[in-house]
Design a protein. Structure first.
Length: 132
């Protein structure tokens, strides 16, 4: 009986530990092949360590013209061709995305995950949090 209880305890502990490691990352360390929302600190750190990463602003052209992060390209989430344009990107290369406050980029993140992108980091709070 003690052996059964011991085995059940070990099994439940293993399951619990495995589940707790699957949440969104807000740490400054990001491992390969992640598709997730990250903090401003993590986003900035990743961008500074990987200056050649593809940075995509999913806001409208008017918002983009009003200010952008670094050398971001603009692919408007609200355009009818958004999915086609995103689909042209290399799915194996890291992509950083943002919008104004996180709504559109959150939807884009989900879409890109379903499309098979391996590394996409979305800026939590969007461009509005970047400027603050």
């Amino acid at each position: 009986m003690k052996n059964i209880i011991f085995i059940l305890t070990i099994g439940l502990t293993s399951i619990s530990c495995a589940q707790s490691s699957n949440g969104n990352s807000t740490n400054s360390e990001v491992s390969d092949q992640k598709v997730e929302r990250v903090s401003q600190t993590t986003f900035k750190d990743y961008l500074s360590k990987n200056p050649d990463v593809l940075l995509v602003d999913v806001r409208t052209a008017g918002e983009y013209d009003g200010g952008k992060i670094g050398n971001a390209i603009n692919i408007d989430f609200n355009s009818g061709s958004f999915q086609d344009e995103i689909g042209k990107l290399d799915k194996t290369k890291p992509v950083l995305i943002y919008c104004q406050s996180g709504g559109r980029s959150g939807k884009a993140l989900s879409m890109m995950k379903n499309m098979g992108f391996t590394t996409v980091l979305e800026l939590e709070g969007g461009y509005g949090s970047w400027k603050n």
